[in-house]
Design a protein around this ligand. Structure first.
Ligand code: ATP
Length: 325
């Protein structure tokens, strides 16, 4: 039976501002989302047992219906029951390269790839907006992961406004293997501390969105001004995550001292990213920061050697079909 291989890139947040509460209980956000080349690989093929199966070797990735990729397949089966009955079940294999629970949309991009893959396998011919509408039912980051590139995301993060692609910069990602930040915890902690500043009326929400749309960071991206982009990175969630996880704050300071273009936590963390002009600069700085943080940690006697680094590039691609066999 034919199988489909897809590339599912991760993302970083160049900008994340929390504007206020929404009636549905989520936060009203303005973000600038950016795809990166670090990607999971997803393989999809039909089976004749009329069921969904999921394989993944990564110990932190669930293999049951709590996996977002599994839920994406379930959604397709529920939405197109006749096609499902006709084609049989679906085997999904995830090769996990994106760190898990890291603020890099790993689960969301796997789900996005499953939607795109099943659409191809079943010959549905869904448009990108139709796939994104299905994706929004699974999670706010899924619509962005389908399209990829560089985009302003508003609402819960599912309303997208693509801007000029930024794919000429390199990025270092640093994450402690033994630190995971719960996304619901981060938003709840932010609400507890900052809800007195929330804006809720539609007019003021629109003003805040417009400030980002016509603001300095979007302008710097449009002009591909790397230095300005580096200076203007922003993430409200750092205000609650960095004080609770001082090691994450230390990595960020180490990147800043090493002279990167800019450094910021991605999403709810704990991954910290740093933008660099070139691959060689990124590799050199990753080595420097690795040795700087190891020394400091061992002197503090809270040594944690579990700091992993990845060097990757910003990307203009969302889900891509790699091949079919
Ligand atoms: P986001 O940036 O969208 O908030 P994240 O990158 O922080 O997401 P994920 O890697 O998606 O986080 O993992 C969050 C949790 O979701 C994990 O702890 C894991 O149990 C669960 N999960 C479900 N499906 C997947 C998947 N396909 N890949 C990774 N984790 C998954």
């Amino acid at each position: 039976m034919q199988s489909y291989s897809l590339i599912a890139p991760g993302k970083i947040n160049l900008y994340l501002e929390i504007i206020g509460d929404r009636p549905d209980g989520f936060h009203e956000l303005v973000m600038i989302l950016q795809s990166i080349e670090l990607a999971d690989h997803i393989n999809i093929k039909a089976n004749d047992i009329q069921a969904i199966t999921l394989h993944c070797h990564h110990p932190q990735v669930p293999k049951d219906e709590t996996n977002l990729a599994y839920r994406a397949a379930q959604l397709m089966c529920q939405t197109f029951p006749e096609v499902y009955a006709n084609y049989g079940g679906i085997d999904i294999t995830i090769t996990k390269n994106i760190p898990v629970a890291a603020g890099l949309a790993g689960g969301s991009t796997d789900a996005a790839a499953v939607l795109v893959g099943i659409d191809l396998m079943w010959g549905l011919g869904l448009t990108q907006p139709e796939l994104q509408e299905l994706g929004a039912k699974l999670g706010s980051d899924v619509p962005f992961c389908i399209a990829g590139g560089t985009a302003i995301a508003t609402g819960r993060g599912e309303t997208l406004d693509p801007i000029k692609d930024l794919d000429n910069l390199w990025v270092i990602l640093a994450k402690y293997r033994n630190i995971s930040v719960s996304t619901p915890w981060a938003y709840q902690a932010y609400r507890q501390n900052y809800s007195n500043k929330y804006v809720s009326d539609p007019e003021n929400i629109e003003i805040r969105r417009e400030l980002v749309n016509s603001g300095a960071l979007v302008n710097a991206i449009t002009n591909q001004n790397s230095r300005e982009i580096g200076k203007l990175l922003y993430n409200d969630l750092e205000k609650v995550v960095l004080p609770k996880y001082p090691l994450v704050a230390q990595v960020k300071s180490a990147f800043a001292s090493a002279g990167v273009l800019g450094t910021m936590m991605s999403g709810s963390g704990p991954t910290v990213f740093a933008l660099c002009e070139s691959e060689s600069q990124a590799k050199t700085i990753a080595r420097e920061v690795r040795s700087a943080t190891t020394q400091r940690l061992s002197f503090a006697e809270t040594a944690d050697p579990n700091l992993d680094f990845w060097v990757t590039k910003l990307s203009s691609s969302g889900i891509q079909l790699q091949g079919r066999d």
